[in-house]
Design a protein around this ligand. Structure first.
Ligand SMILES: [Fe+2]
Length: 149
């Protein structure tokens, strides 16, 4: 199995704090995020970023976006790496935790619209009633094989 697939499958063993993530498991969450993305885009980089955005949680929850970006860096292009690294920054901006200079830099990125979409699907991926059926796992397996080599 390739390294990126291993990172995504490893998320099966990682649980979220239910206070912030009612869906509780990071793998379960990732599937929901990817399914939402596939309903709205066919951008390969964006879907790949959705698959990988939380892989840093294999190692840590705190600053998982930076850790995840480093983990995926050898295997993905700069756009995917950037999306993984910055996927929480919109939150920081909206909560007033980002200086205006940094916000300007973020907004000026050519990938900023994709970052907003990734964040949208990330927030949508929190359905506590979502269940991992065999059908869902099979469907997700096909997607993983298609986007992560
Ligand atoms: Fe996420």
């Amino acid at each position: 199995m390739g390294e990126l697939k291993k990172l995504v499958m490893g998320l099966m063993k990682v649980n979220h704090e239910s206070k912030y993530h009612p869906e509780t498991n990071v793998f379960n969450h990732t599937i929901q995020v990817v399914f939402s993305a596939l309903a709205e885009t066919d951008d390969v980089d964006l879907i790949t970023a959705c698959l990988l955005h939380d892989v840093g949680k294999n190692a840590t929850i705190y600053e998982h976006e930076q850790v995840g970006a480093k983990l995926v860096e050898p295997y993905v292009n700069e756009k995917v790496r950037w999306l993984v690294e910055n996927h929480l920054r919109i939150n920081y901006y909206l909560c007033g935790k980002m200086r205006s200079g940094k916000a300007k830099m973020l907004f000026s990125s050519k990938w900023f619209p994709d970052l907003v979409r990734l964040r949208r699907w990330d927030v949508m991926g929190r359905d506590p009633d979502f269940r991992l059926s065999e059908n869902v796992l099979e469907k997700f397996g096909v997607i993983v094989d298609k986007y992560l080599r």
